[in-house]
Ligand binder design. Structure first.
Ligand SMILES: [Zn+2]
Length: 343
């Protein structure tokens, strides 16, 4: 290999990955190169590692690939046509990179562009599990100093959760139920709490429910104990195929259900329940329209999700994390972060 190289985590097939020396990215016109400070590992990454991710079977993604879409870092190079003021700035970026030309992109819906790339996920765009990352300058969001690297790498999942909480439209005097106390569920609960709602969480794992209580959410339930209370909004942030229907069953007439979780098999609802309950249902894909508001909420401490991070490891430990192992000394949170500067 000639030219400068960097360390990167490379996924070559289901269960096949390694840290390798790869060429450093170059800032092509319109793009920047970022020195990566922190990267979150999420469920989507695990699905790519196991080979289950739907995009692999739909032609939207193929091995070898570099994962990592929850990231922050510092801009160290800018390509032609990019404002040099970006140099040295701490940033995070939108995962969704629309083609910028189609009808959806022109209408501000680039996150559902048919021809979009997704950083570390779709269309061959390398992700952030590496020492450096190249992304379009147009996808960047600057981070104020108050948003440290841990928070910076939680902006992407936070943007998803903020959108889910806003779609639930629950505030003071409202009661909201979140199904699934994983990273997105807990973040959604935090944003709902910040909005003034009484938040309940439903889960299966006693440890994750205990963790939710430790975060200050006393109303935690399992399917067997869920009380018969009126819920003005129900957010499904689970991966269970039966829970979207449960959300609709348990929401108050006139209320709102929000679907942000994805099951591995079809998860059906009966639209008669929707119509007869005068219920509003909203689907949420991606953080894109919620990124700026999430940075702002973190910056002022309105929501502080840092306790969700159980451990921060180096690139060499990513394989173990993707295989579901808890890093030594990990805390109780659902999220593992990677610092590519660690060994
Ligand atoms: Zn487009």
């Amino acid at each position: 290999m000639t030219g400068p190289t960097m360390r990167a985590h490379v996924l070559t097939g289901p269960g096949e990955s390694a840290v390798r020396e790869v060429p450093v990215p170059v800032a092509v016109p319109g793009e920047v190169v970022v020195d990566v400070e922190r990267v979150g590992v999420c469920g989507t990454d695990v699905e790519f590692a196991t080979g289950e991710m739907a995009y692999l079977h739909q032609g939207h993604a193929a091995y070898p690939m570099r994962l990592g879409h929850e990231w922050c870092g510092r801009v160290t190079a800018v390509g032609a046509g990019v404002d040099p003021a970006w140099l040295g700035r701490r940033v995070t970026g939108d995962t969704m990179l629309g083609d910028g030309t189609c009808r959806r992109c022109r209408r501000g819906q680039q996150h559902v562009c048919e021809r979009r790339q997704e950083v570390g996920i779709r269309g061959g765009r390398p992700g952030a599990l590496a020492e450096q990352l190249a992304v379009p300058a147009s996808s960047l969001h600057p981070l104020p100093d108050a948003v440290d690297p841990v928070l910076g790498a939680l902006v992407e999942p936070g943007g998803n959760a903020l959108r889910a909480a806003r779609a639930a439209a629950a505030g003071p005097g409202d009661r909201a139920l979140v199904l699934g106390p994983g990273t997105i569920g807990l973040l959604t609960a935090m944003f709902l709490r910040a909005a003034g709602a009484e938040v309940h969480l439903l889960g299966v794992d006693p440890a994750s429910l205990a963790f939710a209580r430790a975060l200050g959410f006393p109303h935690t339930w399992t399917a067997g104990t869920l009380p018969d209370l009126p819920f003005d909004a129900v957010v499904d942030a689970s991966t269970a195929a039966a829970l979207p229907a449960l959300a609709l069953e348990r929401v108050e007439p006139g209320g709102r259900v929000v679907y942000i979780g994805l099951a591995g098999t079809p998860s059906r609802i009966d639209t008669r329940d929707l119509a007869l309950g005068d219920v509003t249902a909203v689907g949420v894909l991606s953080a894109s329209p919620g990124l700026a508001a999430t940075v702002a909420a973190y910056a002022v401490g309105e929501v502080d999700p840092r306790p969700l991070v159980a451990a921060t490891v180096g690139l060499s430990q990513v394989d173990a994390v993707l295989a579901g192992e808890r890093p030594p000394g990990a805390g109780p949170g659902p999220k593992v972060h990677v610092d590519p500067r660690l060994p």
